[in-house]
Design a protein around this ligand. Structure first.
Ligand SMILES: *Cc1c(COP(=O)(O)O)cnc(C)c1O
Length: 342
């Protein structure tokens, strides 16, 4: 196949180092990995293979379709976070992954199908997924063999009283349930300290270079490096405009490079006039709008020619601040047109 004019360089060493750092911060708890959404856009198989080599055991995807794609890898432990619907039972009973039971109906379904070991999600106040205290009181989990009993923090990336409140509710609810292991912390939760680690942590974002809390800033390295090819270099005369809706007017004659990246690649409107490409130590500003599949960056005085490659600045905290997109959106938006390397 023809090489694409767009690459995603993935740094396996950075991914491994991030996981090791999060594992260290998890203390005596095991450190798993959330690899849903195609490994947050980087490629779930690549992420899982890399981290399994580093020693990770517990991997989490969202759906059974994601689990089926990874089944050939034979990962040590794969779990499906979004439960087990009727439609999922055939896949679930084939043993490719362990369901995270999150409703009473799922518990009934799983028990009726033989009740192999499962995980359970408790709702401790996020009101997204999970069984509540009423379900427990009604005996929803009776007779199930539970490996990981987990809950999920709503505000771990903030200094919110919600964190200790959820932790307290988790401990109280878990006291009435028999399970092998307890798990509460995502990436940001790990940074909240040892009280939140329990037996197993479940980082996602920070594995991939995301920094949800300042405590993680020094410990987490960038993993995903988009690189776009220069399709054209042109001189824009003073007073001329660039891109859709002509939002940028050249104040002086300006050299621009037209790069092959845009909306379908996750490079969304928020980067218009705010993103940048990198060349050596220089920063090259995005000029005007992201114009569907193309952007223009200023390259006056820079040795940039048609066919060259430029790195798009994708330091996640910085790119998030520039674009107004969350670090999660930046990663999971990376589309299918990249040649993923590394
Ligand atoms: C996605 C997810 C995680 C990982 O969260 P990050 O904020 O990306 O670290 C952990 N647990 C559950 C239940 C999730 O859905």
């Amino acid at each position: 196949m023809t090489a694409a004019p767009l690459r995603l360089r993935r740094d396996a060493d950075a991914l491994t180092a991030n996981w090791r750092a999060l594992a260290r911060m998890s203390g005596s708890a095991a450190c798993g990995a959330a690899i849903k959404a195609d490994g947050y856009g980087l490629g779930a198989a690549w992420v899982a293979t890399t981290l399994a080599k580093a020693g990770a055991r517990d991997f989490f995807v969202a759906t059974w379709a994601e689990a089926a794609e990874l089944a050939p890898l034979g990962l040590p432990a794969l779990s499906v976070l979004h439960g087990v619907r009727d439609e999922d039972m055939a896949a679930a009973l084939s043993g490719i992954a362990t369901p995270v039971i999150s409703t009473a109906a799922q518990a009934v379904r799983w028990r009726a199908a033989g009740g192999a070991p499962c995980h359970v999600m408790l709702d401790t106040g996020m009101n997204r997924m999970g069984l509540g205290g009423d379900d427990l009181a009604a005996g929803a989990l009776d007779g199930l063999t539970i490996d990981v009993l987990m809950s999920h923090l709503a505000s771990a990336d903030e200094d919110s009283p919600k964190n200790s409140d959820q932790r307290g509710r988790f401990v109280a609810m878990a006291a009435g349930v028999t399970a092998e292991r307890l798990s509460l912390a995502n990436s940001a939760g790990i940074a909240l300290g040892g009280d939140y680690a329990f037996d197993l942590t479940r980082p996602g974002l920070a594995l991939y270079g995301g920094v949800p809390r300042p405590e993680l800033a020094g410990a987490i390295a960038q993993v995903a490096f988009p690189q776009a090819q220069v399709l054209q270099r042109r001189r824009v005369a003073a007073g001329e405009t660039v891109g859709y809706n002509a939002t940028w007017t050249a104040p002086a004659d300006t050299d621009v490079a037209i790069l092959n990246i845009g909306y379908a690649d996750g490079y969304w409107r928020g980067f218009s006039g705010r993103g940048q490409a990198l060349l050596g130590g220089a920063t090259l500003p995005v000029l005007g709008r992201v114009s569907m599949d193309l952007i223009a960056v200023g390259v006056t005085g820079q040795p940039v020619a048609e066919g060259d490659w430029l790195e798009i600045d994708y330091d996640l905290p910085r790119a998030s601040a520039a674009s107004g997109m969350s670090q999660y959106e930046l990663l999971t938006g990376l589309g299918s047109r990249f040649d993923r390397t590394g």
